[in-house]
Design a binder for this molecule. Structure first.
Ligand code: FES
Length: 265
């Protein structure tokens, strides 16, 4: 049986060895800041979405506001109390972010030093790294499927933001919580529409953008996706922070630690 040889990772022209580089700028600042923000947000979201409710019983919805980590809210009768309802939906945004092309670049750098930065040496052990051609990292290629799924919770986030315009007595309310829900839905929409896979889906595998009406329509959609795509990194960080802030706001509101400044009509 023929065995496919995976070529060794190219050595490249950068200096060899972890952190070795000819660069004189503070190349480590960006991955350092990104690692800090990412670790804080990811840890908080994991605790809040998976552990907080089963252990402490803290509410994830209050007065018409539902945490984005639990949207759409699915609470079947068979779900034991020690399993968070967030678990039934969080695997979609989690898988979408974990396999995102931009985040892969970012966390390969700050978690795996692979490499730590452009033209910065990495550990010699990476010579045996088989890239995304073998388990476990070959699984990153499912990203496009998470993209399709990601539009399901995204739709419900807009619905929740609209529902949040009314308090539990049915009064129209323009509150800080509602504003956060809308901003969060908008940032997550920008993040999803800026996805590299979506841009390829819309405009890829075409030889001619102007030859047919369908191709011209795809060109228009591709240009729109490109407008979002050039800021994909910014959408990624802004939406990660907005999800964290929105959930924290609703948790603190539910605990009575803060109030919700609002205009009620
Ligand atoms: S590449 Fe980042 S969400 Fe698809």
């Amino acid at each position: 049986m023929a065995v496919t040889e995976v070529p060794a990772k190219p050595v490249g022209t950068a200096r060899q060895g972890l952190g070795q580089t000819s660069r004189r700028d503070a190349w480590w600042v960006a991955p350092g800041v990104q690692a800090t923000v990412f670790t804080i947000c990811a840890t908080y979201l994991f605790v809040s979405g998976i552990l907080w409710t089963p252990i402490f019983g803290t509410a994830y919805e209050v007065d018409g506001y539902l945490s984005p980590l639990f949207s759409p809210l699915i609470t079947p009768d068979w779900l034991p109390s020690w399993i968070s309802p967030g678990l039934l939906i969080l695997w979609i945004p989690l898988g979408f972010r974990a396999t995102c092309y931009y985040y892969r670049k970012a966390y390969y750098r700050f978690y795996f030093a692979d490499p730590p930065g452009c033209a910065v040496g990495e550990p010699k052990v990476h010579r045996w790294y088989r890239m995304e051609t073998a388990l476990p990292f070959i699984l990153q290629n499912v990203h496009r499927y998470f993209l399709y799924l990601a539009f399901i919770p995204l739709f419900f986030l807009w619905v929740d933001a609209a529902i949040g315009l009314r308090d539990h007595e049915g009064h129209l309310r323009f509150g800080l919580g509602g504003a956060l829900l809308f901003v969060n839905a908008a940032l997550l929409t920008g993040y999803s529409l800026s996805c590299h896979s979506l841009r390829h889906l819309l405009g890829g595998r075409l030889d001619c953008f102007s030859c047919t009406a369908r191709a011209r329509a795809r060109h228009t959609a591709w240009r729109a996706a490109t407008w979002f795509n050039v800021k994909h990194m910014e959408w990624a960080w802004a939406s990660l922070i907005s999800v964290t802030a929105t959930d924290l706001y609703i948790r603190l509101l539910a605990l009575g630690v803060i109030g919700d400044p609002a205009i009620r009509l």
